[in-house]
Design a protein around this ligand. Structure first.
Ligand SMILES: [Zn+2]
Ligand SMILES: [Zn+2]
Length: 638
């Protein structure tokens, strides 16, 4: 009888031929009800298949990727079955599960959004029929017999057969598809599903090959989960930073300037500047000093630093018309900063030396990969480099990590720290000596503990030149974004022959720490705009107050108030357009202006009634008190 080991190390003896579903039932009723697939010796398989031999098993539910995939890939088969009933001439190709759902690529099919609803109804019938989903062994001849006029399935099957793979199919009711699984036991498992989108695709993702129609869909174990997901999609769409960027007039793109090269409007620039100012304040408090470097450099610098090979075709090259020198637009700042370090002799007493600079780098990303501010070709980092001794790295990592904590807690965002270490089974792939690595990783781990960071270790994720901490910021929708980072570098200081004179008079090589708090400002903005939905906190809001005079007669007084507020350091504007007062107030709220001041007789006398963008009203309050209140709120960055 096979012996299986459960995740909690319990060992169970199971009868010969017992399936995943049998195992799930032995473990627990509840688990058997939620089970969608089973992992046996690291491989996900259908619950209906027997467990063959001894090994580790894990029951997979919707909480596990393998469970979700089984459910959603089954939904893809149900879609294909429904489609073939309604469109017998359509040729189905491939239908994998993806993050958040599945798709199916189909040839010879024309459908509209309305048709998707009809297909969904047909899918519902298949789910209600609760057909068993069974695996069948196939030969190449079976594929030919079942798909006589489908060259796509045949091409796949031939390739698999050539590779020596066993061909299998999955059957449900009158439908059968070439497929290696895994699947849920029956169509009734797919309780809630939706077809979400129609898109264009090509066979094998190759534009030179047949054009296909891609239908996207998703599936959940319950109606409630589906509804929640649909609501989230609506919210995300409303908050899409590209949409909000246009609506709130924060940034724009121009075909003449080029793709992936955002232009920031006055409002967007204010937002950027405020975020950068905060980051720089934290760094200056932490002992960093600002430097400045030009944006082009001779390519020799990057040949020496190793970036020439690393960035390759991503480098923008610049030719001098005066000399024969070849230049590149900088893709990183470290080599420049290293040159500032190298500009004079350094003693151990000078260390640590901390340089900071918010500056733009240029990388020639493929235009297909560019998207809003998330992927751009001009990216600005709040970059910084520390040059220090091995003994100082604990203090430096702590110092930088405190800045990161301060920054993100003020921004109302939580994060997880990924400690990216080397792969202990492949030490040869890394530069520097083993002791140094072990020591640095121990220090990083203890810093994470000391600062009580939510963290995890990721072996094999280190750069070849040193271990690092990547900060994965969680946004309002539970999505993770890699923003801040700090990385140890054992390689660059020696490439540039950086030195300091130690207390014993000997010349030694410092280590280098790369750090960024916001990371790429553009990418961070894309996250922050979606996180806030454009409702920026007062301290970084592009327009903090708007004055709305009730009539022509009060424009002069309103302008006076704007002037007082501006001189006091508040970003105030006037809206004296001819719209009604209520319309202008509404517009200010849509524009996400933090405070709105309707200006009439009372206000002329100095008593302000203040309205927030949420519609709350307070007052009367004097101009001076209002100003002080805002300045306090700004200073505290609430
Ligand atoms: Zn399949
Ligand atoms: Zn760097």
């Amino acid at each position: 009888m096979p012996k299986i080991t459960l995740p909690d190390d319990r060992v169970l003896e199971i009868p010969e031929g017992a399936t995943g579903l049998d195992v799930a039932k032995m473990v627990g009723k509840r688990l058997a009800k939620d089970a969608l697939a089973i992992e046996f010796e690291g491989k996900v398989q259908s619950l209906t298949l027997p467990i063959e031999g001894d090994g580790k098993v894990r029951i997979l539910t919707f909480e596990d990727e393998g469970g979700r995939d089984a459910l959603r890939h089954s939904a893809a088969h149900i879609f294909a079955q429904a489609l073939k009933r309604l469109y017998p001439k359509a040729k189905i190709t491939i239908g994998p599960s993806i993050e958040n759902g599945f798709y199916y690529d189909v040839a010879d099919l024309k459908v509209s959004e309305d048709d998707l609803r009809k297909i969904e109804s047909e899918m519902r019938k298949i789910v209600d029929a609760d057909y068993k989903i069974e695996r069948v062994d196939w030969s190449l001849d079976d594929v030919k017999a079942h798909f006589p006029d489908n060259p796509f399935k045949l091409e796949l099957a031939k390739e698999l057969a050539e590779k020596g793979c066993k061909l299998t199919a999955y059957k449900q009711g009158d439908f059968i598809d070439l497929c290696e699984g895994p699947h849920v036991p029956s169509t009734g498992y797919v309780k809630s599903f939706a077809l979400t989108k129609i898109a264009a695709a090509h066979w094998r993702g190759d534009v030179k090959r047949e054009a296909l129609t891609r239908i996207y869909g998703t599936a959940f174990p319950s109606e409630k989960q589906l509804k929640q997901w649909q609501k989230l999609q609506e919210d995300l769409e409303k908050r899409d930073h590209r949409k909000l960027g246009r609506k709130l007039d924060l940034f724009t793109f121009s075909d003449l300037v080029g793709s992936g090269l955002p232009l920031f409007t006055p409002k967007g620039t204010t937002l950027r500047d405020e975020l950068v100012k905060f980051s720089e304040e934290l760094q200056i408090r932490g002992g960093f000093r600002k430097v400045w470097i030009p944006h082009i450099t001779k390519i020799e610098l990057y040949k020496k630093s190793g970036h020439w090979d690393k960035f390759g075709e991503e480098l923008f090259l610049v030719k001098s018309q005066e000399t024969s020198d070849e230049f590149a637009l900088k893709p990183m700042n470290c080599p420049h900063h290293a040159q500032i370090y190298a500009s004079r002799p350094r003693s151990y007493r000078d260390l640590p030396i901390r340089y900071m600079e918010t500056t733009t780098c240029y990388r020639d990303e493929k235009s297909g990969e560019l998207s809003g501010l998330s992927r751009v070709r001009s990216l600005t980092q709040d970059d910084g480099h520390v040059f220090c001794t091995m003994d100082q790295i604990r203090g430096e990592f702590e110092n930088i990590m405190r800045m990161i904590k301060d920054l993100y807690s003020t921004l109302g965002m939580s994060f997880t720290a990924r400690l990216s270490f080397w792969d202990p089974k492949n030490k040869k792939a890394y530069l520097g000596d083993a002791n140094q690595w072990e020591r640095a990783q121990d220090i990083i781990k203890s810093v994470a503990h000391e600062l009580d960071l939510d963290h995890f270790v990721a072996e094999g994720e280190a750069a070849f030149y040193g271990p690092k901490i990547d900060i994965m910021v969680r946004d309002a929708f539970g999505r993770h974004w890699q923003c801040a980072t700090q990385q140890l570098d054992f390689a660059q200081p020696s490439r540039f022959d950086l030195k300091y004179t130690d207390s014993d008079g000997k010349e030694k090589t410092p280590v280098m720490i790369h750090k960024a708090l916001l990371g790429s400002i553009e990418r961070f903005l894309s996250v922050f705009i979606e996180q806030t939905g454009g409702r920026f906190p007062l301290w970084c809001a592009p327009e903090q107050a708007r004055v709305v005079p009730v009539s022509e007669k009060f424009v002069e007084g309103a302008l006076g108030l704007v002037d007082v507020l501006r001189k006091g350091g508040i970003r105030a504007e006037i809206d004296d357009s001819s719209e009604s007062v209520s319309k202008r107030v509404r517009k200010a709220q849509i524009d996400q202006v933090n405070y709105i001041l309707v200006f009439g007789e009372k206000e002329l006398e100095g008593d302000l009634q203040v309205r927030t963008r949420e519609g709350e009203v307070f007052g009367p309050v004097s101009v001076e008190d209002f100003k002080q209140r805002l300045l306090r709120e700004i200073k505290e960055r609430k």
